[in-house]
Design a protein around this ligand. Structure first.
Ligand code: CA
Ligand code: CA
Ligand code: CA
Length: 182
């Protein structure tokens, strides 16, 4: 009986030690994962900044240097591992034209990731999310002169309410957005 008792104690301490090691192992694994994640974040940040992307509040933004239709603009963003910008806040909308030298200086008209191509008058972002907060210029969207204006652009750069609906095949500059996840 005494032997069994000591055997039991020995087994317990052994198990404790094993769980101690496995805890240490899982900690080391988590730490390693964090280091790898941090490294890849640093590498991708460096990559985007070198390619003239602009960082703002958790996303990288790229303003094109050529003009294309809405769909071709979107395809360009997808090719860069991003998509046309989704404007989630007033700050993000304002940052697209007040703090960005390029847009302000050259008064570029910029495609954003918003359209009513699928259902007239029902504006949705390119990822399928509905439009909660909008920044249409007074009188927009207006399908001007009965034209089929199904894509949104930033047009009135000196106004917070800067959006206009425009024919999707028109050629504009555009903004890509890549979320960083931090
Ligand atoms: Ca956004
Ligand atoms: Ca429309
Ligand atoms: Ca319009």
């Amino acid at each position: 009986l005494l032997f069994l008792f000591f055997f039991y104690l020995h087994l317990c301490s052994l198990l404790k030690r094993v769980s101690h090691w496995s805890l240490l192992y899982s900690c080391a694994k988590t730490l390693l994962c964090l280091v790898v994640e941090l490294m890849s974040l640093i590498v991708s940040t460096d990559h985007y900044l070198k390619q003239n992307w602009i960082y703002f509040s958790g996303s990288f933004y790229y303003i094109s240097t050529t003009e294309k239709s809405w769909q071709s603009s979107r395809d360009d963003c997808l090719g860069r591992g991003a998509d046309l910008i989704i404007i989630n806040s007033k700050e993000e909308n304002v940052s697209t034209h007040t703090s960005w030298e390029f847009a302000r200086k050259f008064q570029k008209r910029l495609w954003i990731g918003l359209s009513d191509r699928q259902s007239e008058g029902h504006w949705i972002w390119q990822d399928g999310t509905s439009l909660d907060e909008s920044f249409w210029h007074p009188g927009e969207p207006n399908s001007y002169w009965g034209r089929d204006e199904d894509c949104a652009e930033i047009k009135y750069i000196n106004d917070v309410n800067s959006w206009n609906d425009l024919v999707c095949t028109n050629e504009n500059f555009w903004i890509c957005e890549k979320k960083t996840g931090v």
